[in-house]
Design a protein around this ligand. Sequence first.
Ligand SMILES: [Zn+2]
Length: 415
Amino acid sequence: MQHIIDRFISYVVIDTESDSNSQTTPSTKKQWDLANKLVEELKSIGMKDVTIDKKAYIMATLPSNVDHKVPTIGFISHFDTSPDFSGANVKPQIVPNYDGGDIVLNAEQNIILSPKYFKDLLQYKGQTLITTDGTTLLGADDKAGITEIVTAMEFLINNPEIEHGKIRVGFTPDEEIGRGAHHFDVEKFGCDWAYTMDGSQVGELEYENFNAAGAKITFKGKSVHPGYAKDKMINSMLIANDFINELPKGETPQETRGYEGFFHVHHLKGSIEETVLELIIRDHNKKKFEKRKELIDKIAKKINKKFAKKFGEDIVIAEVKDQYYNMKEKVLPVKHIVDTAETAMKQLKIKPLIKPIRGGTDGCQLSYKGLPCPNIFAGGHNFHGKYEYVPVESMQKAVDVIVKIAELTANPIIK
Ligand SMILES: [Zn+2]
């Protein structure tokens, strides 16, 4: 376990915050600091074909150690951390044998990680937790995933009696700003399928995510002196308000869960002359997703019709763009890849938590690029903030799951 702790800490002390305002890949130069270190480490544990491209995508191979033909599988994580919270000068704290009480992250600033607010903590009583010092995020998202993959590869190299096929490892920059899969060379990776190690709680196994689109809706108006405005002024902010009121009631992020989709108004900026409304559309079901996009057009048309005479041209312009799709469509035809992960967990006495993701992963983009890619837990909690923590035991379990999946893929008869 100390080995995992040391490795994890050696990663999180390196600042790799990504930046959505940057146009380069990686989005921040500092991501190279960890990327270069990972390349050296992969070579030093004995991985083959260790490569890093111009955009800092890392790939490496663990060659097969069996004679029969085995599918090539991959494990993927990202080394950037979220720009939502500082990732500079991370000072991890180790809490051995967690007693189930409050953890003082920072006495000076009175920052406390408490099971009163974070009930998940209680399932880790008696375990070793790694937390922040209350001033940064931890970066378990997703340096826990990297720790687990490297440790599992090292374990397989040191225990050659465990049979496995060819395994590929992929580490990416810029996942947190939605670009982790953009420059991922699926062909070069050359896997039949892969898993992202980027989930949260121990047991998580995910292969369904939202279909996602974003809409930018522009409302035009006409500004006239309010004293002379009768039948002349068109206030674009009020038209935007009408538009929002036409959206189905109760279908917002705060009122939905599970497989329920939503419209989420996340930005509104306006004046009398022009108002811009931005919203996102999410639904697991492809048909319902399409219906939601149609509804945006319908409402725009309805308002345009109403103002056609008065305004002379379209008063509402709706631009809807698809963002990503539910990976389920790409994973279901090869459902055995989920079943293998599930069997691995069950054999290790880990209760699989299979549930739809209310978001997306790099794996869903990769699945549509031809690499089916479910997501497995990495063990951390409270991502993207100062309360982020990870139990070392969960990281160890993730290592065990990777090793077991490798084993089961080489010898699928084992049940
Ligand atoms: Zn992540």
